[in-house]
Design a protein around this ligand. Structure first.
Ligand code: ZN
Length: 133
């Protein structure tokens, strides 16, 4: 755990999030700068910098897949993009991005182009993904 890390603070419950999934090792919540409807982040609860530092790497991606398929089902998305960059927040995270024919991106997701949903909409989006898990 890292005291200043935003994601560690979410894991500890010090910062709020729109949670969609949680187990002993992983947590998933909506990205507050959603690249598309249903865009979630999946993080390990343990603070590690890179996605490939996660010990149970296979389990980690299984969680991302589970969350992605739930979001796809919830919003009838065409496909799901999984993106890892790692430089924005120094705590491993997989971006799970449901894609739509008419979303804000072309073939490649542009992480500087995001949608705006109000709090009520964000909560509804999180709830709908949870219902489809
Ligand atoms: Zn952290």
């Amino acid at each position: 755990m890292n005291n200043d890390c935003v994601f560690c603070r979410i894991v500890r419950g010090e910062l709020p999030c729109y949670k969609v999934y949680e187990d002993n090792d992983f947590l998933s919540f909506l990205d507050i700068r959603p690249l598309s409807r249903g865009n979630c982040l999946v993080i390990p609860k343990k603070h590690v910098k890179w996605v490939y530092d996660v010990e149970n790497f296979g389990d980690y991606f299984e969680v991302a897949k589970k969350v992605g398929l739930a979001a796809q089902k919830a919003f009838n998305s065409k496909w799901i993009s999984f993106l890892t960059l790692g430089l924005e927040v120094p705590h491993a995270h997989i971006r799970v991005i449901p894609r739509y024919e008419k979303d804000l991106h072309g073939p490649v997701v542009d992480i500087n182009v995001f949608e705006k949903f109000n709090e009520g909409e964000m909560q509804k989006i999180a709830d709908k993904i949870k219902e489809n898990l």
